[in-house]
Design a protein around this ligand. Structure first.
Ligand code: PLP
Length: 461
């Protein structure tokens, strides 16, 4: 079924064309008392679920960031499921733990991080960033936050650019640090929009003078909106001067670092305390698989390890228990899908895909820039850029672009999403599906041209 599904993706609309409630209406209100034949269960899946899905691996999915699932990695996911693997401790799944150590080290080498970084596979980048923020908090409070709470203490402060992902805000909520203690600093208006490091340094000093407690910096490489990249070397220097923990969020762009020519985007990263990127986005590993590298695992272990008697492993001291590097106790066998993927394609096979995506994206951006009535709003970072439909004589360009986007996504041939750049709405375009071709990329803009012409004709323009 999966192979046929993959082969037939082009025949499906990219974004689900269902109305809210359509799918729920096809599923019984209550669970069955008696077993049903599996054939009936499977037939219902095949009938009800795929039409209610947005097809992330559709070759014309250019929205958000990608979610790919290479066939070989899907098999690994099934095998892990067949073993009901649970890797909270070394002894609960030794192969899981040892492959996780080996695979994160393969990834470390693949993206050019130096020896000395240790890796763990979290479910998502949000979770890795939460772990990083908890480490920042505990480091700043000498481990007293977990024991005594935050009440009555100076405000713990985290610094980031306004281009960082909302998972950083959430990590500050969940860690008890609070939204108001996440200090967002303006970024440069110039591509690739790095945060203003001098302004950040001033904010840190002002906070210290006011009795607040600076704890960490979160840097952004390939921000979600337009691909913003901070100057990591400058942030490393600042973090060192101020004794702060530096976490780098490269959730999407990190996969591209398997290509040495893109590594200038995170130059200086070897000086960070932790780095996260998601092989489950661009690289081809199915959800969930987030590679979290740390320079000193003791930060994680001293923040997150807890050992009631039922979790103690007498006589097995010194082995890695990855639940002590994570928020959750139970954890899946994520390394298996990495092992299968990396061996089935090789780094060269994966690099070739990513390089093509970047090239196609750049050539489409150039075509759009040369198309009357359209403008490129932000130039590409890797395979992400944004554009706007801007025919002359229209006052409300935001409304026009939102109407265009709705019409494109209702049409179903391609799928795009919007962002805000400065005051205006822009349409994001990001190439990432495993099986996209250059014709799919160019064809998506042919669709945009056709639909925008229809929209203007409908307005009598
Ligand atoms: N950071 C960035 C830059 C992202 O683009 C995203 C998601 O797209 C995330 C973090 C959150 O990733 P996850 O869904 O793995 O939590």
């Amino acid at each position: 079924w999966a192979a046929d599904y993959h082969a037939g993706l082009r025949e499906r609309p990219v974004r689900a064309q269902t109305a809210p409630g359509d799918i729920a209406a096809q599923v019984a209100d209550s669970p069955p008392e008696l077993a049903e034949p599996f054939e009936r269960v499977f037939a219902d899946f095949a009938r009800i679920v795929p039409p209610g899905m947005t097809h992330w691996q559709h070759p014309s999915f250019f929205a958000y960031f990608p979610s790919n699932a290479a066939p070989e990695a899907i098999i690994a996911e099934q095998l892990a499921g067949a073993m009901a693997a649970q890797g909270m401790l070394w002894q609960t799944s030794p192969a899981l733990t040892e492959l996780e150590t080996r695979m994160t080290d393969w990834l470390r080498q693949a993206v050019g991080l130096p020896e000395g970084f240790a890796g763990v596979l979290q479910d998502t980048a949000s979770m890795a960033t939460l772990c990083a923020v908890l480490c920042m908090r505990e480091r700043a409070l000498d481990g007293r936050g977990n024991r005594e709470g935050l009440a009555g203490r100076p405000a713990v402060r985290i610094y980031a650019s306004g281009q960082t992902h909302s998972s950083i805000d959430k990590a500050c909520w969940i860690s008890g640090i609070g939204q108001e203690n996440l200090v967002k600093i303006a970024s440069s208006p110039v591509h690739p929009w790095p945060v203003d490091v001098n302004a950040m340094a001033e904010a840190i000093r002002a906070d210290r003078a006011a009795g607040r407690l600076p704890a960490g910096i979160i840097a952004c490489v390939g921000g979600t909106s337009i691909g913003a990249c901070d100057d990591i070397s400058a942030l490393v220097s600042l973090a060192r001067e101020e004794g702060l923990y530096l976490h780098v969020d490269a959730a999407w762009a990190g996969s591209a670092m398997i290509c040495p020519e893109f590594r200038s985007l995170w130059k200086g990263v070897e000086g960070a305390d932790s780095v996260v990127f998601n092989p489950h986005k661009w690289l081809g590993v199915p959800m969930e698989c987030s590679a979290h590298f740390v320079r000193d695992p003791d930060n994680l272990v001293s923040t997150l390890a807890i050992q009631p008697e039922y979790l103690r492993t007498h006589g097995r001291d010194g082995l890695i228990n990855y639940s002590e590097w994570s928020v959750t106790l139970g954890r899946r066998f994520r390394a298996l899908k990495l092992w299968f993927l990396l061996r089935a394609y090789g780094l060269e096979g994966l690099r070739e895909r990513l390089r093509k995506h970047v090239r196609w994206s750049q050539s489409l951006a150039a075509r759009i820039a040369a198309t009357p009535g359209f403008e490129v709003v932000t130039e590409p970072v890797l395979s992400l850029f944004s554009f706007r439909f801007a025919p002359g004589g229209i006052e409300d360009l935001d409304a026009l672009n939102l109407a265009l986007l709705a019409a494109i996504n209702d049409d179903g041939r391609t799928y795009l999403t919007q962002t805000r750049v400065g005051e205006g709405i822009a349409i994001r375009f990001q190439v990432g599906p495993f099986e996209s071709t250059e014709a799919d990329v160019q064809g998506a803009f042919d669709t945009v041209l056709e639909i925008s012409a229809g929209l203007m004709a409908g307005r009598g323009a």
